[in-house]
Design a protein around this ligand. Structure first.
Ligand SMILES: Nc1ncnc2c1ncn2[C@@H]1O[C@H](COP(=O)(O)OP(=O)(O)OP(=O)(O)O)[C@@H](O)[C@H]1O
Length: 324
């Protein structure tokens, strides 16, 4: 496996081939225009909701990890889910996608109740997710990883698996589709390599590519930028934006505020299990509840300030905090 911090010539080629990240102009973009008219308030209704969660609670022993009263996600938009460490973002993702069970609550996806549904069924209903730590199987080839993610494989049921023309045709179609998707991510030349030999960024791209094998309506990305070297960050952002421009709904958990501000149409902020703010990226990061959640006593600093993304400034703030 190559070192994730080393920029290889392949990384550069992958990055150069990615769709460019572009500024979203509310004058020409329908999603941006629609969301511009939505009041930035916790639990606010969206004009075209694809996902709505109500009273979702998850407790671990005496600790409430998630306590979301009401949240709506706008169809066709990129929504970022942010919040400090331990805010409950991943647990909330796990609940929504069927990888964990809530103590209370229900939620609807595309008009259908899916709370309590198993993860595979949730994925079949059109909501797929990726993981913070990629799930690509390192001892399988890139192509086999893609084929494993394909939906409606006749080999999944006994009848289909016994009828050769059925599975042979499906395998051919799935292979064609996999190669097309891999080409989009410039991973087609790696189809016969073990997934374990890819760089961190390429594995994130493979994870996204695998998710697309199921033709999702909504894609949920858990920290897509984590462990990705800088040469591939723009490329990943460009790919995420391209999914949205094709009409897919994207919900992503992310710590990288540059990424969040660059591509999100809407930002939801969690702290201590609850949603504490939501709104467009530029305004939500100046919200007092968000500043409090991230910075504790540093009320005079806002998250819209790029200085906060500077490691030197963060180190100074942390040192000041320790002295208190
Ligand atoms: N399986 C578990 N058992 C016990 N506690 C858990 C479990 N999963 C999560 N927690 C706790 O729930 C809280 C929320 O964790 P979660 O991982 O959802 O937060 P997060 O916002 O995704 O954090 P990060 O940004 O660090 O990934 C944390 O206090 C965590 O320790």
């Amino acid at each position: 496996m190559s070192d994730d911090t080393t920029v290889t010539p392949e990384d550069v080629a992958v990055a150069e081939a990615a769709p460019a990240v572009h500024a979203i102009d509310p004058a020409t973009d329908t999603v941006a225009r629609t969301l511009a008219s939505v009041e930035p308030r916790v639990g606010v209704s969206k004009p075209d909701t694809i996902l709505v969660a109500d009273g979702v609670q998850r407790r671990f022993g005496g600790m409430t990890a998630v306590d979301v009263e009401h949240l709506e996600v706008q169809r066709g938009a990129i929504t970022a889910l942010i919040g400090p460490n331990g805010a409950g973002k991943t647990t909330f993702f796990n609940l929504l996608t069927g990888f964990d069970k809530p103590n209370h609550g229900h939620w609807m996806f595309d008009g259908k109740p899916i709370a309590g549904m198993a993860a595979a069924k949730v994925a079949k209903s059109g909501m797929v997710r990726t993981f913070q730590l990629t799930k690509a199987l390192s001892r399988l080839t890139v192509l086999d990883n893609m084929l494993l993610a394909a939906r409606g494989n006749p080999g999944e049921n006994l009848f289909g698996s016994l009828v050769k023309p059925l599975w042979a045709r499906a395998e051919r179609e799935n292979t064609e589709k996999a190669l097309e998707i891999l080409a989009r991510f410039k991973l087609d030349t790696k189809k016969d390599d073990f997934a374990g030999s890819l760089s961190g960024g390429q594995r994130k791209l493979l994870e996204m590519a695998r998710a697309l094998m199921t033709d999702p309506t909504m894609i949920m990305l858990d920290e897509p930028m984590a462990g990705v070297n800088p040469a591939l960050v723009q490329s990943l952002l460009g790919h995420i934006q391209a999914l949205r421009d094709e009409g897919m709904t994207v919900l992503f958990v992310e710590h990288d505020m540059h990424a969040v501000r660059h591509i999100s149409d809407w930002v939801v902020v969690m702290a201590e299990g609850r949603v504490v703010a939501e709104g467009p990226p530029h305004s939500v990061m100046q919200d007092q509840a968000v500043v409090d959640a991230y910075l504790g006593a540093h009320h005079d600093t806002d998250l819209g300030d790029d200085a906060l993304l500077d490691p030197a400034v963060l180190a100074r703030l942390e040192a000041e905090e320790e002295k208190r």
